[in-house]
Design a protein around this ligand. Sequence first.
Ligand code: ATP
Length: 248
Amino acid sequence: MIVFDDVCFSYGQRQIINNLSFAINFDEKVAILGGSGEGKTTILKLIMGLIKPDSGRIIIDGEDITDKTEEEMRSVRMKFSLVFQEGALFDSLSVKENVAFCLREYTKMSEEEIDRKVRELLRVVGVEHAMELMPEQLSGGMHRRVSIARSLSVCDPKMFLYDEPTSGLDPVNAENICKLILELSKGGKGFIIVTHKVVDALRVADRFMFLKDGELAFDDDREKLLHSNIPDIQVFLSELNYTGVKNV
Ligand SMILES: Nc1ncnc2c1ncn2[C@@H]1O[C@H](COP(=O)(O)OP(=O)(O)OP(=O)(O)O)[C@@H](O)[C@H]1O
């Protein structure tokens, strides 16, 4: 379980997260929605211990991570698979080498084992055929899939963290990435998806948090979200009319 207990965080003088409290089980499918710059990515960074709260506590799997050192955070980070926004890959390395990179860096696997593991991971995300390609030769959707494979390479996570996994993708590729997200969560592994695309959030999640001014303006299920009278949420939901999506 991830617990935020009265967490505050600021960049310099600018308060980003404001007395935030919530609890998320590892098997939940959560979408964190909110406008640009509202602090959605900041929450993922706080969970991973990449930044520390100014006040409040963060508890992961029963362990208070608030004051943990970098070394102590390693085992905590292994509980998560984080896919960054735009899924940055190394431009100079092939798909195969991108996925192998973390295995070489963090494990003692032989080259043969690495090769087998890379093939397996690329098969899981459906791009085994692109193994020898360079990142510039990939479509947006393939790029995102390879990033997911790379994030899966070094750990068997308890939970996935996706930062805008469908941003910049056309609707077909975005839907396919949503399917992959659901596929990977089979077997009780939950995820937190940070997005401003409500269509994609509705495709995959069953709990929705809406962040506004560093606070949770909403934390409830799909039905409540769809019938929310919070003006900011209604603006987000108007995207559904534009896309013609009725029963996501
Ligand atoms: N390293 C940093 N130093 C200073 N300010 C930062 C830093 N990283 C992020 N910010 C600011 O903090 C705010 C929250 O950033 P965050 O990335 O969490 O927003 P977000 O909700 O994920 O936005 P988006 O949807 O645009 O990715 C933004 O205004 C951003 O400019």
